[in-house]
Ligand binder design. Structure first.
Ligand code: ZN
Ligand code: ZN
Length: 585
């Protein structure tokens, strides 16, 4: 019949059109309509296959793809893989796993292209149990030695928080390419293991593998976490050499590194030299300025962003609100919060509310902070109550502190910091029996305080010190130095804060003559090992206590050193006896 003869040429034409001119979903829909009109139905497996593939390549909605898929008779493995890929690359990757199951029910055997997409979906979902199952199927089906399938498994384990499993498989691989290295290196960064990240990088260089933009993002992130500025700078010059400074992601990671190591001038420079305008970079610098105590500058940069008519993101506003909070600009904070919702249509998230509670609490409006929490449209989490508890401790509101503590007890019964905060509050009011009650509960429930530690970079290494640390080879010299420091500081009028319980709200034991806090040990170590005038950078995992803060201010004056301490909540730039936080942290 006429139409039967007609179909193959129409079909051929449609497929050719799909390949050459389906550059948008709109065009694709036109070709789809054309094919229906001329009888080349998608139930024809060839037509359906090409239509589906183009659709997924254009990132069309998966509901559309699903409708097409349902009309295809006996879809082959290519078509199934296309569906799995489509879901894996979409916002909702869960159905990729369902499609894979269905495919097995229809007795279609997976091929080598099935697994990379399936594993990608599993990685996004962080469904490690499904991932382990697929891993064993991969091995059983004999795909276990293909490098691109193995890369998928390594990435999946890394994304699911199983850095060890990723690393184990990596070690067993006989062939590795750049993607393999990137997957395992990124795995360690994602799981908060910056030291292992840098060790692996050294192995990678020894193996003669050249890093790319992805590798550098991982490495710079690790350096930022460790405060390893010297290594970061070396990576920066490497980026220059190979032309990666123009890679937006790597440049953003570099900006972030400088901001997080307190090197705000360098961060600003990286920002100025960027060719592409991206909100991510603006946000990184705004947050960096705010964290480093340059609240006014952060706000000014935000105003410039507005003049450029760039669209700020949720995180940009976290930076702006943080800046207001740490500069005591309460009214401005509320104005920005209002504008965020009304002008930019950003629904406040728990982080933004946290900033507002912090803003009120820090300025001493503890009751208002409490009322704010009660009126919040979302359920307050532990961070919010802890912020209030912190403010209550500073401004000595015992009743509210107990209330906040009760909320925390329900939400996070085993968080040691809350016990410490409350115990210190009781101590400040000399309610010793309450203090011992809190401490007893802690012991009974086996709650361990997270020990304080400080990191400093010297040469090619990052050194870690804990409170009262004696493990360093130079321990003896360090303690001699600490005694010298104390003597010199006393001449400057320094009186150790040991009697002042109120100031000590950090989650660390009191310092004694023999047991110095880790940041002081780290600073003594750097004073011994670096030439006069070299700035000292310390990364501390807890808050700096008032005594250390005062001591470091004086050290910066007596020893004429710039000292930058990044603690859990902010940066302190110490110079000539004062700190950029203005003693407000
Ligand atoms: Zn201290
Ligand atoms: Zn400070």
């Amino acid at each position: 019949m006429h139409s039967d003869l007609h179909i193959p040429s129409v079909l051929k034409k449609c497929i050719a059109l799909l390949h050459s001119s389906a550059t948008s979903i709109h065009k694709l829909k036109q070709i789809h309509a054309f094919s229906i009109k001329h009888g080349a139905h998608i139930c024809n497996p060839d037509m359906g296959k090409h239509l589906l593939f183009t659709l997924v390549s254009l990132s069309a909605p998966m509901s559309y793809a699903h409708r097409i898929f349902n009309q295809i008779h006996n879809p082959n493995i290519f078509t199934w893989n296309t569906m799995i890929r489509g879901y894996a690359e979409s916002q909702n990757p869960k159905p990729a796993i369902d499609e894979h199951r269905k495919m097995r029910v229809f007795a279609v055997e997976p091929d080598t292209h099935t697994y990379p997409f399936l594993l990608k979906a599993i990685a996004k979902l962080m469904d490690v149990r499904e991932g382990e199952m697929v891993h064993s199927v991969v091995v059983k089906n004999g795909f276990g030695s293909l490098v691109f399938v193995q890369n998928g498994v390594v990435h999946m384990y890394a994304a699911c928080g199983r850095a060890e499993s990723a690393h184990k498989l990596f070690e067993e691989m006989s062939e590795r390419n750049l993607v393999t290295w990137n997957s395992v290196i990124n795995g360690f960064v994602l799981n908060g293991r910056p030291n292992e990240t840098l060790t692996l990088f050294r192995d990678m260089v020894d193996d003669g593998v050249e890093p790319d933009g992805f590798t550098l993002v991982s490495l710079l992130t690790a350096c930022a976490e460790l405060g390893a500025l010297v290594l970061g700078k070396r990576l920066h010059s490497y980026m220059f050499k190979v032309g990666l400074v123009d890679n937006l992601h790597a440049a953003n990671a570099l900006l972030d590194l400088y901001a997080k190591t307190g090197n705000i001038m360098e961060a600003q420079k990286v920002f100025n030299e960027m060719e592409e305008e991206s909100v991510v970079s603006w946000t990184a610098l705004i947050v960096g300025l705010a964290m480093n105590g340059y609240g006014i500058e952060a706000i000014n940069l935000f105003k410039e962003l507005e003049r450029k008519q760039l669209k700020p993101s949720e995180i940009t506003f976290v930076g702006v609100l943080y800046a207001c909070s740490h500069c005591g600009m309460v009214d401005e904070g509320f104005t920005y919060f209002k504008r965020m919702k009304e002008e930019f249509g950003i629904e406040p998230r728990i982080e933004h509310h946290g900033c507002m509670v912090d803003l009120l609490g820090r300025s001493g409006r503890v009751k208002q902070a409490y009322e704010y929490i009660i009126d919040m449209p979302i359920k307050p989490n532990a961070v919010i109550w802890r912020t209030l508890l912190g403010a209550c401790t500073i401004y000595k509101d015992t009743d509210l502190a107990e209330f906040a503590r009760a909320q925390l007890l329900q939400l996070e019964p085993n968080h040691s910091g809350d016990y410490v905060l409350l115990s210190n509050l009781y101590a400040s009011e000399r309610r010793w029996s309450d203090v011992s009650k809190v401490r007893k509960t802690m012991l009974q429930q086996g709650i361990q305080k997270s020990p304080g530690h400080s990191l400093v970079e010297l040469g090619n290494r990052v050194y870690q010190f804990t409170m009262g640390d004696m493990s360093n080879i130079q321990s003896e010299d360090i303690y001699v130095k600490l005694i010298e420091i104390t003597k010199l500081l006393r001449l400057e009028g320094y009186v150790p804060h040991v009697a002042n319980v109120l100031a000590d709200i950090e989650e660390e034991e009191k310092e004694t003559a023999l047991s110095y806090h880790s940041e002081k040990i780290a600073i003594a170590f750097m004073l011994i090992n670096t030439p006069h005038g070299t700035p000292i950078r310390v990364v501390k995992n807890l808050r700096v206590c008032a005594d250390c803060h005062l001591a470091i201010k004086l050290i910066s004056k007596v020893y004429k050193r710039e000292i930058v301490v990044r603690d859990r909540s902010r940066f302190h730039h110490f110079k000539d006896g004062s700190c950029t936080c203005n003693d407000y942290w």
